[in-house]
Design a protein around this ligand. Structure first.
Ligand code: 57M
Length: 361
């Protein structure tokens, strides 16, 4: 908004020229959403506490989680508000990608909100049925995927490029929509699965969005994109501001979610963060790179798939003590902060690896 209002004035006041720069606006988007979430955090947490919006334990979690009963959930509400306000303030509002990303972020947040509402207000620990949740997620992802293709101004929209192999590009045609939906819904659920220890989902999300600030910037800059031989996606640079807003809002949330957590993000937070991440990766055409940046989310999901598959194949034997894999380490006796920080380190290394794909092709 500030870009749309103030940049045109640069004709008269040269100082407003600064609003042209994505880098400048990204930095201030981070700071704005960080301040907003630090400010909103205590207000929302207090409200959630008063409304007693905490989740009941399901009864089969590692023993240590019993102590967490009563911790308010749905803190994702202030992640969404802070990131959305900051994005609207700093991004170019004529950019369609910004609205598509916000749509994915807010709509999946609403699905999560509804699920959390059933769990907390209706006191039904199972939430909405997995089928209903999945159908709603699919609906949002299909709308987002088709919109991205229509918004793209290039012949690359249905193409898939592979990092490390610069000449390997496959045009998936209509199947690209299937891939895109899979990425958005998959990432949304993967972040949700990861959200089982304090700060375990939010910090890797912050690292992933931080990495995508760079990917969005380079994809939106014709010179750098051509030099690095990645798809040039006109207009995608604005997504750096969206990603920056999520970095700030996520860090602000971490302030309260750091061990021992005063609030959990709830599905309203995890589903929306994951869907936003998937949507950004699809827009900037870094679909495969997402699997590296978000490798931790992939690992958590694979641990569940393996555990369930192994359990069925062996008629009752378990591969891990418990899945998702963070529970396995808990049951092995690792202290919670140790698991969390080690997973953060892994996430940081994966982000570096993902960035290296920009040069290794
Ligand atoms: C979300 N939710 C947390 C909090 C958070 C198929 C199966 C693998 C599904 C999976 C599942 O239900 N995952 C979805 C997991 C819960 O956190 C709430 O949920 C929100 C995210 N959706 O924001 O509101 C609990 O996690 C802890 N927590 C923290 N700090 C945080 O910052 O400590 C969360 C955030 C919170 C709190 O204790 O109450 C959760 O874990 O329930 N199911 C599982 O993950 C279950 N795994 C399982 O059953 N494994 C089986 C099979 C099916 C693979 C096996 O290994 O044999 C675990 N769920 C629970 N306990 N509750 C098992 C342990």
């Amino acid at each position: 908004m500030l870009y749309n209002l103030l940049y045109p004035l640069s004709e008269y006041f040269i100082v407003f020229n600064v609003f042209k720069y994505i880098t400048f606006r990204t930095v201030y988007a981070i700071i704005t959403s960080l301040i907003l979430s630090l400010y909103l955090g205590p207000i929302v947490i207090e409200k959630l506490k008063n409304l007693q919006l905490s989740q009941k334990a399901k009864g089969y979690e590692p023993e240590r989680h019993k102590a967490k009963e009563g911790t308010p959930t749905m803190g994702g509400i202030f992640i969404i508000i802070s990131a959305a306000i900051s994005t609207i303030l700093w991004a170019d509002l004529k950019n369609l990608y910004i609205w598509i990303a916000l749509f994915a972020f807010i709509c999946t947040g609403m699905i999560g909100f509804y699920d959390d509402y059933i769990k907390t207000v209706k006191k039904n620990p199972e939430g909405i049925t997995p089928k209903a949740k999945f159908v709603l997620q699919l609906l949002v992802a299909v709308i987002v995927s088709i919109s991205v293709i229509f918004a793209s101004k290039g012949d690359f929209s249905t193409k898939l490029a592979f990092p490390f192999f610069k000449n390997l590009i496959i045009d998936l045609s209509y199947f690209y929509i299937v891939l895109s939906v899979f990425i958005i819904v998959g990432t949304s659920n993967a972040v949700n699965l990861t959200d089982g220890l304090d700060g375990l989902a939010v910090m890797p999300s912050v690292i992933s969005f931080g990495t995508f600030i760079i990917f969005a910037y380079v994809a939106g800059n014709i010179k750098i994109a051509n030099y690095l031989q990645i798809f040039y996606v006109p207009g995608s640079g604005e997504l750096s501001i969206f990603c920056g807003s999520l970095v700030g809002a996520g860090l602000g949330f971490l302030w309260f979610n750091a061990y021992p957590a005063s609030v959990f993000m709830g599905d309203v937070g995890s589903l929306s963060l994951g869907a936003a991440l998937g949507t950004v990766a699809v827009i900037v055409k870094q679909e495969i790179v997402l699997a590296i940046v978000g490798g931790l989310f992939v690992l958590e999901t694979i641990s569940v798939i393996l555990q369930v598959g192994f359990f069925k194949a062996t008629k009752g034997k378990r591969l891990f003590r418990m899945a998702p894999i963070h529970h396995h380490f808990e049951l092995k006796g690792w202290q919670e902060p140790k698991i969390i920080v080690r997973f953060w380190i892994a996430s940081f290394v994966l982000a570096l690896l993902a960035l290296s794909t920009l040069k290794l092709r």
